[in-house]
Design a protein around this ligand. Structure first.
Ligand SMILES: CC(C)(COP(=O)(O)OP(=O)(O)OC[C@H]1O[C@@H](n2cnc3c(N)ncnc32)[C@H](O)[C@@H]1OP(=O)(O)O)[C@@H](O)C(=O)NCCC(=O)NCCS
Length: 181
């Protein structure tokens, strides 16, 4: 299995962060573009538990609001060559008065190479630049999502709340937060 041991080189030209990994593959992080959206939806479709169609259907409007500059949001993709291999974003949650991280996903064949962590780092860096001091995100608390809970815990997120049967019986919600220092 390919492992990620941290960036060996970062190239900041054109606002694109390029990360050369130990494995030799080059992953770039950049803002999402309209032509990336179908690829992101196809990655999401590979995780039916976390991204049922009803959740995927939030994204076209979210991305459209970002493309037309009408929301306090950003969406980022990780690309390997021409291939979109991951996505994460944030929007402003008015009810909580906090930036909320959304749409975190990495293509199955690129998992466990540090791409998810890098995407979270990037969106948090951007939230900090907008003055955010704390972020929130929601995920699932019922069986099948254990690896995702491990991922958030190992990247510094703190479980704040567990809401049993939040979505419907058998479907629980976990709230994670992270202080941005
Ligand atoms: C969760 C997800 C985004 C993680 O992306 P990733 O690129 O594989 O994660 P990373 O390689 O950056 O992992 C960082 C750390 O998280 C932990 N982690 C990640 N995946 C894990 C797993 N399957 N089991 C246990 N720990 C895991 C590890 O500590 C890992 O560090 P290590 O590989 O050095 O041990 C990816 O698995 C995914 O897309 N899952 C399905 C969709 C999903 O659940 N999205 C979140 C919706 S709220």
């Amino acid at each position: 299995m390919l492992k990620y041991f941290g960036p060996l080189s970062i190239d900041w030209t054109h606002g694109i962060e390029k990360i050369t990994q130990h494995s030799g593959i080059l992953i770039a992080l950049r803002n999402i573009q309209e032509q990336d959206t179908e690829a992101v939806k196809s990655i999401m479709r590979q995780y039916e538990l976390q991204f049922p169609e009803i959740v995927i259907n939030y994204y076209p409007d979210r991305w459209a609001n970002y493309f037309n500059g009408s929301s306090r949001s950003e969406y980022w993709v990780a690309v390997c060559g021409e291939e979109v291999v991951g996505h994460a974003g944030f929007l402003f949650n008015n009810d909580l008065n906090l930036y909320e991280i959304v749409g975190v996903v990495v293509s199955p064949k690129y998992k466990r190479q540090g791409i998810g962590r890098k995407l979270l780092d990037k969106v948090c860096e951007r939230i900090r630049q907008r003055g955010g001091k704390k972020v929130v995100l929601f995920t699932l608390g019922h069986p099948g999502n254990e690896d995702t809970l491990r991922f958030y815990k190992s990247t510094g997120y703190v479980e704040e709340k567990y809401e049993l049967d939040y979505f419907r019986p058998g479907y629980s919600r976990v709230t994670f937060t992270k202080e941005l220092v």
